[in-house]
Write a protein that binds this ligand. Structure first.
Ligand code: PEP
Ligand code: MN
Length: 337
């Protein structure tokens, strides 16, 4: 961190600033040029508040030169994190994982049929929303606790571990048998929810917010990790841009960027990124090539009748053909499914 001082700063001010920083266990180097003076801070500055420094009358500007996230930072933890989902499935261990299932759990028949088909095609985790964050209060809100029950039935029937979204901190007890808890885009900065998940030992799938930077996203991961829960998987799902043809714009460059900045596993959801099923298999290929640890795709047994996100959902036959293609591309990268 670098503090740029106003040219009205006195020797006394600087001495006081350096002493205060040293009391916090940091070392501070003062240097004076012909027009300005700077104090460079060395040490762990994650707990320093920029505002506290900027409000000092003799400080002009404060700039961070290192990342504000620590637990999620690859510099502090060079080796890849492997998130263990259950005894059979881990994410980030080198193979490419596919999560598939409907946007929302609608019925037992739907869940069992989709679960069997996606498992047969090579998916290793089953998704299905029970609590749905919908833009309109008049849209289908999910089957809630009954939806969780049906999802767990499908888990029992197929043996696939399940992932589903939590929206409310008070619901955590209902998620006891859920293998991977999703924090959706709209809750990426619900800090109370992140703190509660940080105190649990459940793996968390943290989706990128609709209009959040990579750094804000990593700071949300940091909230969970700061509570003690290191089992975080990041999921790029498209961001808001000026383009309206697709539902969102898939930020595929976020994959190699995250791989550089953090040791956490990274997966991509091309369904919510595009909003259109015909685009999903095309983009799924880029996800493999970009070096992600996996993919999350919406699959519905009868997309035109889906209660949520039918237009972006693949039917099971389309999923089969996407998986055949993905398998070839994963092998080309010398990985396995
Ligand atoms: C979802 O996965 O069903 C979902 C609502 O995703 P997002 O939070 O990315 O919109
Ligand atoms: Mn959806």
């Amino acid at each position: 961190m670098v503090i740029l001082l106003k040219n009205t700063a006195s020797e006394e001010n600087i001495k006081h600033l350096v002493e205060e920083l040293e009391k916090k266990g940091l070392s501070a180097n003062y240097s004076k040029g012909s027009t300005s003076a700077v104090v460079g801070i060395i040490g762990d500055t994650t707990k320093l508040d920029l505002d506290d420094l900027e409000k000092l009358p003799y400080v002009d500007r404060v700039r961070r030169v290192s990342e504000p996230y620590k637990a999620a930072n690859r510099k502090m933890h060079p080796e890849d994190t492997i998130v263990k989902i259950n005894d059979q499935v881990s994410v980030g261990e080198g193979s490419f994982k596919v999560i598939a299932g409907p946007c929302s759990v609608e019925s037992e028949e739907q869940m069992i049929e989709v679960a069997k088909r996606v498992k047969a095609a090579g998916a290793t985790l089953l998704r299905g929303g029970a609590f749905k964050p919908r833009t309109s209060p008049y849209s289908f809100q999910g089957l809630e606790a009954e939806g969780l029950r049906l999802l767990l039935e499908a888990k029992k029937e197929t043996g696939l571990p399940v992932v589903t979204e939590i929206m409310n901190i008070n619901h955590l007890d209902l998620f006891a048998d859920v293998d991977l808890i999703q924090v959706g885009a709209r809750n990426m900065q619900n800090f109370d929810l992140l703190k509660v998940l940080g105190r649990s030992n459940k793996p968390v799938l943290l989706k990128r917010g609709l209009a959040n930077t990579v750094e804000e996203w990593l700071m949300s991961a940091e909230y969970i990790m700061a509570g003690g829960n290191k089992n975080v998987i990041l999921c790029e799902r498209g961001i808001r841009t000026f383009e309206t043809y697709t539902r969102n714009t898939l930020d595929i460059s976020a994959v190699p960027v995250l791989k550089k900045l953090t040791h956490l596993p990274v997966i991509v959801d091309p369904s919510h990124a595009t909003g259109m099923s015909w685009l999903v298999p095309q983009l799924a290929k880029t996800v493999v090539a970009a070096g992600a640890d996996g993919l999350m795709v919406e699959v519905h047994n009868d997309p035109p009748k889906a209660l949520c996100d039918g237009a972006q959902s693949l039917d099971p036959d389309q999923f089969d053909s996407m998986m055949a293609d993905i398998k070839r591309r994963v092998e080309f990268e010398n990985k396995s499914l």
